[in-house]
Write a protein that binds this ligand. Structure first.
Ligand SMILES: Nc1ncnc2c1ncn2[C@@H]1O[C@H](COP(=O)(O)OP(=O)(O)OP(=O)(O)O)[C@@H](O)[C@H]1O
Ligand SMILES: [Mg+2]
Length: 275
């Protein structure tokens, strides 16, 4: 059975979309069949797959839009390549999930994934939700087998993580369903910073004891944190040219090969953990 992983954080701009995209390319390149679902009305993930805001509304992309899922219509993943399929987002998603606040809306995505046999058809499904506590983020958490958390190591980002853990705990209790955290990925990391290394140790202990004290939460990664991803300009450069990070480094700037190694390392750790 394939695994569904929601990449979530309440804090915005922590690199959820970038990490999700890089993992999707890496996993599919390793021969895994991957589905990426852009569940954020900002549609940044969709953009990274080469589709701009205005293009999404074009008729030829209509059937690949997540909007269909929330409107109970047929949704067909777009075949980016043989191993990598994508469900695009749309800014209209915002209105249709806000204006139709009805009970059960947060379960629609979960139901769609089951009905469409997504676990049977894909080795990995990665969901990229917005960073607020709305229906789209909750439905991502509820639809996922695991929640993967990209984590920056500044004080304000830690506050976001506490909020996310409380939210997951509340949702789990409310639904009487265990929520499994896959682990946290330190992002925007600076390997030279002693402060960061100390923070990792402190946060690891705090998170472990929080999860241990919570009946409905669990964490798969024994060490809590996966290998870190450094803050480097190549991420921004590749995105500005709308080229996947992997392709950008391999074809345009091989001086960043170590970044691909980082992504590969995290991907392998995820493969070993999400069993
Ligand atoms: N490892 C990195 N090093 C440097 N810049 C990065 C890195 N990862 C992401 N970025 C940049 O940080 C910005 C935010 O990244 P991204 O959009 O992936 O975050 P997000 O958490 O998905 O944001 P949002 O909350 O808006 O969905 C982007 O400009 C991206 O290029
Ligand atoms: Mg994003």
């Amino acid at each position: 059975m394939g695994k569904i992983i929601g990449v979530a954080n309440i804090k915005g701009g922590v690199g959820k979309t970038s990490l999700t995209n890089a993992l999707a390319h890496e996993l599919s390149n390793m021969g895994k069949k991957v589905l990426v679902i852009d569940a954020d009305p900002q549609a940044s993930q969709t953009y990274l797959f080469g589709i701009d805001q205005d293009e999404i509304l074009e008729e030829k992309y209509e059937k690949h839009s997540i909007l269909n899922i929330y409107q109970n219509k047929e949704c067909v993943p777009f075949e980016y390549n043989q191993n990598l399929h994508v469900i695009f987002s749309s800014r209209i998603l915002q209105e249709s999930t806000e204006s139709r606040i009805k009970p059960g809306l947060e379960l629609v995505l979960n139901r769609w994934l089951i009905k469409n046999k997504v676990r049977e058809n894909y080795d990995f499904t990665l969901i990229d939700p917005p960073s607020n506590r709305g229906v789209l983020m909750i439905s991502t958490i509820l639809a996922s087998d695991y929640v993967l958390i990209p984590q920056r190591l500044t004080l304000l980002d830690e506050t976001g993580t506490v909020e996310l853990f409380l939210e997951m705990s509340t949702q789990a209790e409310l639904r009487g369903k265990e929520i499994k955290i896959l682990g946290l990925v330190p992002v925007f990391f600076d390997k030279r910073s002693k402060l960061y290394r100390e923070k990792l140790i402190k946060l690891k202990d705090e998170i472990k004891s929080f999860v241990e004290g919570d009946e409905f939460l669990s964490i798969e990664k024994e060490e809590v944190f996966f290998s870190p991803i450094r803050q480097l300009s190549v991420w921004v450069k590749a995105q500005e040219e709308q080229i996947p990070l992997r392709e950008y480094i391999l074809n345009k700037d091989r001086s960043y090969m170590s970044v691909l190694e980082e992504v590969k390392k995290v991907t392998i750790e995820i493969l070993e953990t999400a069993k």
